[in-house]
Design a protein around this ligand. Structure first.
Ligand code: CP
Ligand code: NVA
Length: 315
């Protein structure tokens, strides 16, 4: 049975810490780890647009000594009538892992059901777990650790980033608060799963609507686009109800004085975040983007390179 990484809670707290530890080591010795040499190939498939994920996986797989195959699925049979489980089964005959950015979580689950190699979620409608590994490494670097820190996400509480913050933050022992307008709350099953994880890690989970209350004394303030990929024509007003949740100087002023700001990018400057904050001294956004590279290299090493056994000797 292959280990997949479809949701943030596919890594236990100890496994998440192991991957983040390895990512820090890989960041400190960027070209010194080649567990995919051979080279072993990794398919990186996109049903949706990407800049960071696409380039960071391509570069990261090459730096691990592997061979990246980055493919836009529109030019393949993937999802064009061919069973997704069959596609996963076929790709498993060629590659050591499948990385997929797609729409519904049911699609990646179907690929994983057919695959005999690890399948990694590179963003779905429900979750963005690779992004969260990068975010948590950034929190470790900037805040000295994750356990016990308060992370507040403001914006679309129903989107992939909000749901991943709940699961991954709880796994890391953080106090996670999510605040968005009425009608934009996370799936209750994700909230209860995050609360269950938090009960074991010393973290906590709160869903709020008041942005000021949510941000008060937070160590980390995070946000994301108000309109995610695929929601452009959903008929909802994705501006007016979100305006009080903009991460600007006033809102950030209610957080801890040394709070850091995260945004997975791409940012819609002047909507969910102001230039002043994104380019300001509390922004950790570009370190966060860089950390996609290091954390994904660590994740691939963990999942593909003979599991955790490789981690101590991944040169
Ligand atoms: N943050 C992130 O996933 O960016 P891309 O959509 O550019 O990959
Ligand atoms: N929530 C955003 C994240 C982009 C990286 C989206 O799904 O479009």
């Amino acid at each position: 049975m292959s280990r997949h990484f479809l949701r943030d809670d596919d890594l236990s707290p100890a496994e998440q810490a192991t991957v983040l530890d390895l990512a820090a080591r890989m960041k400190a010795d960027r070209f010194g780890h080649r567990p995919l040499s051979g080279p072993r190939s990794v398919a990186v498939l996109f049903d949706k647009q990407s800049l960071r994920t696409r380039i960071s996986f391509d570069v990261g797989i090459a730096e691990l000594g592997g061979h990246p195959l980055v493919v836009d699925t529109q030019v393949t049979h993937f999802g064009r009538g061919e069973s997704l489980a069959d596609a996963g089964r076929v790709l498993s005959r060629y590659v050591a892992a499948i990385v997929l950015r797609t729409h519904g979580d049911d699609r990646i689950a179907e690929v994983a059901a057919g695959a005999s190699v690890p399948v990694i979620n590179a963003l779905t409608d429900g979750f963005h777990p690779c992004q969260l590994l990068a975010d948590l490494l950034t929190v470790r670097e900037r805040c000295g650790g994750t356990a016990g820190r308060t992370l507040t996400y403001v914006g679309d509480g129903a989107n992939n980033m909000a749901q991943s913050y709940l699961l991954a933050g709880a796994t890391a022992g953080m106090h996670v608060r999510v605040a968005g307008p009425a009608g934009f709350a996370p799936d209750p099953s994700v909230v209860s799963r995050a609360a269950e994880i938090a009960a074991g890690t010393g973290g906590s989970v709160r869903i709020l609507t008041d942005p000021g209350q949510a941000v008060r004394d937070a160590d980390v303030v995070a946000t994301d686009a108000w309109t995610s990929m695929g929601q452009e024509d959903d008929g909802l007003d994705r501006i007016t109800p979100f305006l009080p949740y903009q991460v600007n100087k006033e809102l950030l002023g209610q957080a801890a004085p040394d709070a850091i700001v995260l945004h997975c990018l791409p940012a819609h400057r002047g909507e969910e975040i102001t230039d002043e904050v994104l380019d300001g001294p509390q922004s950790a956004v570009f370190d966060q983007a860089e950390n996609r590279l290091h954390t994904q290299k660590a994740l691939l090493t963990f999942l593909v390179g003979a599991g955790a056994a490789t981690i101590g000797e991944s040169r």
